[in-house]
Design a protein around this ligand. Structure first.
Ligand code: ADP
Ligand code: MG
Ligand code: MG
Length: 249
């Protein structure tokens, strides 16, 4: 039972094959970390899944439906959301306005929404719920661009959640944070992804091992292992290829 299935996924840039036959299954409510050395193709895999890159060959099946080559917009409507670094935020708008805009987005083309008498109350309710989920209630009227970096990341998580996605892809959401901030954000991510599927790229192995139900290791465009944190920690080829330096034993 998977919400996302990837089969023999390949991507070449010119003559160079960057994704070299990846198979991966994401279960409906699991937190799945994607780790691997720099340049392994982690971001490329996310771009392929989110529709920001078109595969050279292979299948991506989301919620039982073949989606390879679909646009990011279509995938978002189907229930797949990914974070796009800080640039998703309107830095001159307040936190509340940023979340409100994200809440409104999926409704844009829904005639029934614009006709409904309680639409403003609905938007307010959803906006406030998201504010609370990412613990930014007290910052509602703060200008987004003036918040601390880690708070901007929390806002970005709220924006990602606004479409109520089944699958969330987060590419290095803790990049540039202190270890304490990273642990705080990991806890936040754990809370808000409950009942959804998460794929996360992260380098802090404390975060990876405590947050993940399963971990996949990508090396040079191929998955060399998928398993529970314990299985990955004890996997010989993973140690040799990647974790050797990362995990203090
Ligand atoms: P990671 O996220 O694991 O660090 P990336 O997915 O960013 O790795 O990159 C994987 C490889 O693909 C790298 O060697 C990178 O230089 C290459 N690459 C990524 N995007 C392109 C592109 N648009 N054109 C050519 N090569 C690319
Ligand atoms: Mg990289
Ligand atoms: Mg990357």
């Amino acid at each position: 039972d998977s919400v996302l299935s990837i089969r023999d996924l390949r991507k070449s840039f010119g003559p160079i094959e960057i994704m070299r036959g990846v198979d991966l299954d994401l279960r409906p409510t699991e937190r799945h970390a994607l780790i691997g050395p720099n340049g392994a193709g982690k971001s490329t895999l996310f771009h392929l899944i989110s529709g920001n890159l078109t595969p050279t060959s292979g299948e991506i099946i989301f919620d039982g439906r073949q989606v390879g080559g679909e646009s990011p917009e279509t995938l978002n409507r189907l229930g797949l959301a990914r974070s796009f670094q800080i640039t998703n935020i309107f830095p001159k708008l307040s936190v509340y306005e940023n979340i409100r805009l994200a809440v409104m987005r999926p409704y844009r083309l829904q005639y029934s929404f614009w006709k409904s008498v309680n639409r403003l109350a609905r938007v307010r309710e959803e906006t406030e719920k998201l504010l609370e989920q990412v613990r930014l209630n007290s910052q509602a009227s703060t200008i987004a661009g003036e918040m601390a970096y880690s708070e901007q990341r929390s806002l970005e998580i709220a924006i990602t959640l606004a479409s109520n996605p089944k699958v969330i892809l987060l590419d290095e959401p803790m990049a540039g944070m202190s270890h304490e901030e990273a642990l705080y954000t990991a806890e936040l991510i754990r809370e808000v992804t409950s009942g959804r599927a998460l794929m996360i790229v992260e380098h802090d192995m404390d975060v990876v091992f405590s947050l993940s139900d399963r971990i996949s290791v990508l090396v040079y465009g191929q998955l060399i292992a998928t398993g529970t944190p314990d299985e990955i920690r004890n996997n010989k080829s993973v140690k040799e290829a990647y974790l050797g330096e990362e995990v203090a034993q």
